[in-house]
Ligand binder design. Structure first.
Ligand code: HEM
Length: 109
């Protein structure tokens, strides 16, 4: 079961990032952001499930919290895009936090 969750989780994060870029580029088309939110749900569900299976190590609790912040920043960025406001700072935060999450996920950090 853990391996199925891990493969789903590690296969989905790339899809989530791609869907975020498409939602940003085509912000007037609702379909991309709906698919993005489904990707969030899959990442959260598989992540929390794995966390319970491995006994809540603090590093992955921290990674889960960073992931929630990342999702919040992505949603804020799409909101600003729709209002045609600058999103540069949010993009920088998203890239930095995503890199930290990946380093924690692949246990580099
Ligand atoms: C939404 C952004 C997220 C990204 C980009 C992400 C990314 C990753 C990556 C790349 C891995 C390693 C996969 C592999 O080894 O093949 C991983 C593993 C993991 N992630 Fe996430 N993750 C996210 C959200 C979450 C959340 C919200 C949680 C929990 C609340 C979580 C918990 C875990 C756990 C427990 C593992 C497995 C650790 C292990 O191998 O023992 N992740 N994640």
């Amino acid at each position: 079961m853990f391996n199925v969750l891990l493969h789903t989780h590690s296969g989905m994060w790339g899809v989530m990032v791609l869907l975020f870029i498409l939602s940003f580029a085509f912000y007037q088309q609702k379909g991309w952001s709906m698919a993005l939110r489904l990707a969030y749900l899959i990442m959260l569900a598989t992540g929390i499930w794995m966390l319970t299976l491995i006994g809540f190590p603090w590093k992955f609790i921290l990674k889960g919290i960073l992931a929630l912040i990342l999702i919040g920043l992505m949603e804020a960025t799409l909101g600003k895009r729709k209002r045609r406001e600058s999103t540069l700072t949010l993009w920088i935060l998203i890239i930095v936090i995503l890199i930290v999450i990946l380093l924690l996920g692949y246990e580099v950090l």
